[in-house]
Design a protein around this ligand. Structure first.
Ligand code: S3P
Length: 448
């Protein structure tokens, strides 16, 4: 028997994840099934809530973020059965028929809940809504959705010149617009498309680079008239739309699979199979970059499940090479940059990540937090205004590090710790439950 490699300690409801690397090293082995895709889970709950009839969701993510969405839409009148991975039934109320809750809608830590829901709320005439979130979410920019919604005729008030939550929304009859978004953001795109469901005519969003397209796919499946123009990265919805409840099968989240892909790629002797991973091309930037870094990843058993491409991913350890990550691939791996920074720590050469200033307004300032925390482990990392520069091949030593309450940082630091000598304590590791409730347990299972 080897000593416990992964353990947790809970003090005052904060969890410390402890990674103790045995002197003779460790490797990762096994088959992993990962939790459902966070983006698809949110959309299935929301569209189910505003569709007519019943939506059946299989494989829903049971993380804190989709729970926030389910809580909000229950308050708005949808009947949502108890959340579980087997089958969640949503009885929708129709696109224009949400009720006005007498309580504040609390989005917790979830930017997707707040931004997507705003499009739906703003287009409910006669109704008043109050929306808030946790200490991280009330600092995140909402003007990126409030501004286009205001162009459509929405009335929204908030702190700091109507840019920060808590927000108040007086629903209005909206008019369609053609919005040229300055940022490639699926949250912005989806918010406007959802608002466009109720506006009479064609609402179009054009983005500078293609962001994840789960809303387009799901709106189409629910019966909305959607046109996609790949030449110009534009999507058009025609309103008023009627949605009909559907059966949704949520694939595993590639953003969660990313932790295991990098873990097996950097820990010598490892081999993992990650089952049932969503490989929608708007999300597979991580696979392309890891391939460029010479990681050994094979897609097996490729299939299409409920309109989304899915595969099992086999990853084996192999020495990595540094690379440059910038430009139009960034929106296709935006959530994977923290874990790619960890991959870069163990790659030969200097990896440069640019065009990623968006990371500063995620659940934390991910560029600043990753740079500071990886430096504590001894990594050679420089923070750039819009990215990170990481020189690999430097041995690292376990110490105390902080997630800053950010789920993806907590998990990225845990994977880095697998290659650190001695013991690493990752504080505020409970944040992982936002998108990956059983992360520590799975890590424990695959460490041999
Ligand atoms: C998401 C879009 C992305 C991503 C987030 C989920 C979505 O945010 O970072 O985790 O489900 O639409 P942005 O739209 O702000 O890039």
């Amino acid at each position: 028997m080897i000593a416990a490699v992964v353990s947790t300690k809970i003090t005052n409801s904060q969890e410390t994840l402890i990674i103790q690397r045995p002197n003779n090293g460790l490797s990762l082995k096994g088959n992993i099934s990962i939790p459902g895709d966070k983006s698809i889970s949110h959309r299935a709950l929301m569209l189910g809530a505003i569709a007519q009839g019943q939506t059946n969701i299989q494989g829903l993510l049971l993380g804190e973020d989709p729970r926030s969405t389910a809580r909000c839409f229950s308050l708005l009148g949808a009947n949502i059965s108890q959340l579980n991975t087997e089958l969640v039934e949503v009885h929708g109320v129709g696109v224009d028929n949400l009720k006005e809750p007498s309580r504040v809608l609390d989005c917790g830590n979830s930017g997707t809940t707040m931004r997507l829901m705003l499009g739906i709320l703003a287009s409910h005439p006669e109704h008043f809504f109050a929306v808030t979130g946790d200490s991280s979410l009330v600092q995140r920019p909402m003007s990126r959705v409030i501004q286009p919604l205001t162009q459509m005729g929405a009335q929204i008030w908030g702190r700091k010149g109507n840019s920060l939550a808590p927000l108040a929304i007086q629903g209005q009859k909206l008019r369609p617009i053609h919005y040229h978004s300055p940022i490639a953001s699926a949250q912005v795109k989806s918010c406007i498309l959802f608002a466009g469901l109720m506006a009479e005519g064609k609402t179009t969003v054009t983005e500078p680079a293609l962001s994840r397209d789960h809303s387009e796919r799901m709106l189409k499946a629910f019966g909305a008239e959607i046109q996609v123009d790949p030449e110009t990265n534009s999507v058009t919805v025609t309103g008023p739309a009627k949605l009909k409840g559907q059966d949704v099968v949520v694939p595993g989240d590639i953003s969660s699979a990313a932790f295991w892909l990098v873990a097996a790629a950097i820990v010598p002797g490892s081999e993992l199979v990650i089952e049932n991973v969503g490989v929608n091309p708007t999300r597979t930037g991580i696979l392309e970059v890891l391939e460029k870094m010479e990681a050994n990843i094979i897609q097996e058993n490729q299939r299409v499940v409920a309109g989304e491409p899915v595969a099992d991913l086999r990853v084996r350890y192999s020495p990595l090479k540094a690379c440059e990550i910038s430009g139009s691939i960034i929106p296709r791996l935006i959530d994977e940059i923290p874990i790619l920074a960890v991959a870069a720590m163990f790659a030969e050469g200097t990896t440069v990540i640019r065009d990623a200033a968006e990371l500063r307004v995620k659940e934390s300032d991910r560029l600043a937090v990753m740079a500071t925390q990886l430096q504590k482990l001894g990594a050679r990392v420089t923070e750039l205004p819009d990215g990170l520069e990481i020189t690999g091949g430097i041995s690292i030593t376990g110490t105390d590090v902080e997630s800053d309450g950010d789920h993806r940082i907590a998990m990225s630091l845990a994977i880095a710790a697998l290659n650190a000598t001695g013991t690493t304590n990752i504080h505020q590791a409970e944040a992982a439950s936002i998108s990956y409730p059983n992360f520590a347990k799975t890590l424990q299972q695959i460490c041999t």
